[in-house]
Design a binder for this molecule. Structure first.
Ligand SMILES: NC(=O)c1ccc[n+]([C@@H]2O[C@H](COP(=O)([O-])OP(=O)(O)OC[C@H]3O[C@@H](n4cnc5c(N)ncnc54)[C@H](O)[C@@H]3O)[C@@H](O)[C@H]2O)c1
Length: 328
């Protein structure tokens, strides 16, 4: 099969590129490298330095070949930054996706898989695992932009028959178990790489935002899902996407507190993690855990990296081998 991957130079996209290649598929990448890394794409993969906001340049790539599917990762994804620059986020995530989906409809692409997010459910505090039927209440322009793309996809199916799966990832984490790719965001805002860097003495003490949440140890609880398991979910989604468009929540189904992340990094690295308490951040819910029973039931997906230590081991191995990330 031949797949077009947008944002294939990014963290999750690059792991999915590897999984598609490992499964014997042909892959072409579109990326504008705004946050992605050229070194994250294997050398023999065709890549186009194109901004999806450029309709004509994107059209030129889509028109070149017949596509069995498009996997759409390209986005800006910092919640805090999206509150500072709402229109920038809505333009980049919504307008760029509108261009892409319009072109997929025009060129009769059969299958579309979209990187959606738990930020759809960001509003109220919920303690129970979040299923697909939970109410959608984005608490940021980032979350809203992702929901707007889900809405475009609903109409693209109704009117043009474009079949899509929206995968709403919870917290992506970890690195390729063969150390071919890893996490390198700039600025880094994700807890596991920040904690690893603090353990390695590459950052000042880790700040823990809020120790007074209504959780057993007072820190926030999140659901970490390994990036290779996310990649596997894309392969399953493509295989199972035939008659019906759908959306799946994607997580491990078990939450870990921020303090448990610190303890896991200490176990895996054998080093102490220096940390200090900090004020709660606006809009951080106490608990965000996925109910992933629907994707398991409907596609047979199940996470291989099902404990925090397994996830942290791969992240630590990559970070130890690439102390300054890609391109450096
Ligand atoms: N990392 C997570 O925990 C997480 C959780 C939920 C959802 N997501 C979603 O998954 C996707 C991938 O996330 P990531 O962590 O790999 O992010 P990333 O920033 O590493 O990757 C995004 C990629 O998209 C590219 N890009 C952005 N805007 C573009 C545009 N207009 N045209 C072309 N390329 C563009 C960037 O250069 C980058 O390579 C995003 O859509 C994100 O919203 C991520």
């Amino acid at each position: 099969m031949r797949y077009l991957v947008t944002g294939g130079a990014g963290y999750i996209g690059s792991h999915v590129v590897l999984a598609l290649l490992d499964a014997g598929h042909e892959v072409v990448v579109i990326d504008n490298f705004i946050t992605g890394h050229r070194d994250a794409i294997p050398k023999d993969v065709e890549q186009h330095d194109v901004d999806l906001l450029d309709y004509h340049a994107t059209s030129n790539v889509l028109a070149k070949k017949r596509w069995d599917g498009v996997l759409h990762f390209a986005a800006l994804s910092l919640v805090g930054e999206s509150i500072e620059k709402p229109f920038h986020y809505l333009r980049n995530n919504y307008q760029a996706s509108l261009n892409l989906i319009q072109l997929c409809s025009k060129y009769a692409v059969e299958k579309f898989v979209f990187s959606s997010t738990a930020a759809l459910f960001g509003g109220p505090d919920r303690c129970e695992a979040i299923s697909e039927t939970a109410s959608i209440q984005p608490a940021s322009p980032y979350g809203e932009s992702k929901y707007m793309v889900e809405c475009i996809l609903r109409w693209a199916d109704k009117i043009y028959g474009l079949k899509s799966t929206c995968l709403r990832y919870f917290n992506a984490a970890g690195a390729d178990p063969f150390n071919r790719a890893g996490e390198d965001h700039s600025p880094e805002t994700h807890l596991i790489p920040l904690t690893i860097d603090a353990a390695l003495g590459r950052r000042p003490p880790l700040q823990l935002f809020g120790l007074d949440y209504p959780t057993p140890d007072g820190t926030c609880i999140r659901d970490y899902v390994h990036v290779t398991d996310i990649a596997e979910a894309h392969i399953r989604a493509l295989e199972c996407l035939n008659e019906k468009s759908t959306a799946f929540n994607l997580g491990n189904g078990r939450g870990y507190s921020n303090l448990e992340v610190i303890q896991s990094v200490e176990r895996v690295s054998g080093r102490r993690v220096p940390w200090e308490p900090a004020m709660r951040r606006l809009g951080d819910p106490a608990v965000l855990v996925a109910d992933s029973s629907r994707i398991k039931r409907e596609t047979g997906w199940s996470p291989r990296f099902d404990t925090l230590d397994k996830i942290v081991e791969t992240a630590f191995a990559w970070r130890a081998k690439h102390p300054y990330g890609y391109d450096k």
